[in-house]
Design a protein around this ligand. Structure first.
Ligand code: SR1
Ligand code: MG
Length: 394
């Protein structure tokens, strides 16, 4: 049931969010509900609505017409709510076990109502508190292999794929990534945010023509490679998890982009977590990176052999070319992500949460070195090399 013709867009409050779910019969009129706005992200309102007697709960997520993290001076299209709910529903066709269930969406209200996953934890917070999530890499590898393969030209007829490319044109959110991930951190731009103690390293980065050239080439791939429907913001804050379950949330940045982008962001955020830990505690993170790639590669290969519609799919070397390019791009995208999370507008708690100033600056200097190495050595770094690479930044 769509309510759009009855309602106009207004930011919801804890009271109107309850009215909405009752109107939609997601709860009965006489149920006593509590509602809390729990959004801690950069862009949206997120309401958790609970019947404390039955424990039934759900999430109402609403896009605001601007970026919450900056304010009304940064307008953003409400269409991202539709992008997010459409992407969740496409992902659910292939890997329903790895995304929240969507119960309702309304494009005018910019609202998606979905499963409450608060019995799980945001994996960034869990990793920071010492959790290891033994199945995280298995699940993320499977998630990525399925969504990337089944939304690509390898599995979808060209006409249908082009309709999907059009459906997922997402200029405002892509522009955020183009600026905040690929451009601003490499220049003296006013969106950047870093401690004065890093100025020497940051200015060296701004003057590093070899690194900037790699960032420029990766930005071009992000702007032009419409390979598959990607999540577009797959950092560890976009993943709920516990020891047995993984759920990918928040695909409002989804669009048709390069195969390696999500993988690169995920790997980068594991590396950022590694930089916050002492060497002897980092091992499981490198295992996660190797396993994510291994699972991705084997699952993608299996799906390719089973379901590829591409005429060249059996041509010797073609699958290997696609996989190699995906990994190399992922390494480059990871380099940009590590750098921007250190000195750009949107930081990560893994590094900012290091309370000792000297330790924090050291971790951030290492992040800048690591990002640089990832950008300069995309073609030679294997998943196994990342441990040594991080440890060499000491
Ligand atoms: C203004 S938005 C800043 C960042 O938050 C999102 O989660 C994306 O990572 C974006 O780059
Ligand atoms: Mg998000």
């Amino acid at each position: 049931m769509a309510l759009s013709n009855e309602l106009v867009y207004n930011p919801l409050t804890e009271i109107t969010a309850i009215k909405l779910v009752k109107k939609l019969s997601l709860f009965d009129e006489n149920e006593v509900l509590t509602c809390r706005e729990i959004g801690d992200g950069n862009l949206n309102l997120v309401f958790q609505i609970v019947n404390d007697q039955t424990n039934k709960s759900l999430i109402v997520k609403q896009a605001l017409p601007y970026a919450k993290v900056v304010g009304e001076s940064w307008p953003l299209s409400l269409n991202r709510a539709k992008i997010e709910s459409d992407a969740l529903q496409i992902f659910a066709k292939y890997v329903p076990q790895y995304v929240p269930k969507v119960f309702y969406s309304d494009d005018t209200l910019a609202v998606t109502i979905m499963e409450d996953l608060s019995h799980l934890q945001i994996s960034r917070a869990g990793l920071i508190s010492g959790k290891q999530y033994p199945l995280l890499s298995q699940h993320v590898g499977e998630f990525l292999a399925h969504i990337l393969f089944y939304t690509s030209d390898f599995a979808i007829e060209p006409e249908k794929k082009k309709q999907l490319v059009k459906q997922f044109v997402n200029p405002d959110l892509c522009n955020i990534t183009e600026d905040l991930v690929f451009t601003d951190p490499f220049f003296d731009h006013d969106t950047n945010d870093f401690e004065e103690g890093l100025r020497k390293e940051v200015e060296a980065l701004w003057n590093d023509q070899a690194v900037k050239l790699e960032a420029a080439k990766l930005k071009k791939k992000f702007l032009t490679n419409s390979d598959a429907l990607i999540h577009g913001d797959l950092h560890t804050g976009s993943i709920f998890a516990d020891d047995a379950t993984t759920k990918v949330i928040d695909p409002e940045f989804a669009f048709y982009g390069p195969l390696g982008f999500d993988l690169g962001q995920f790997v980068a955020n594991l590396l950022l977590n590694a930089l916050s830990l002492s060497e002897e505690k980092q091992g499981f993170l490198y295992d996660h990176i190797e396993k994510t790639w291994h699972v991705f590669e084997t699952t993608f290969t299996k799906l390719w052999k089973k379901d590829s519609i591409e005429a060249f799919s059996k041509t010797e070397g073609y699958l290997q070319h696609v996989l190699t390019q995906t990994w190399q791009d992922a390494i480059g995208f990871a380099g940009c992500e590590v750098i921007r999370r250190t000195i750009g507008l949107a930081h990560v708690a893994d590094l900012d949460g290091i309370s000792n100033e000297q330790a924090r600056l050291t971790a951030k200097r290492r992040a800048l070195l690591l990002g640089r190495q990832l950008l300069l050595h995309q073609e030679t770094l294997s998943p196994k090399d990342l441990k040594e690479l991080v440890q060499k930044t000491v």
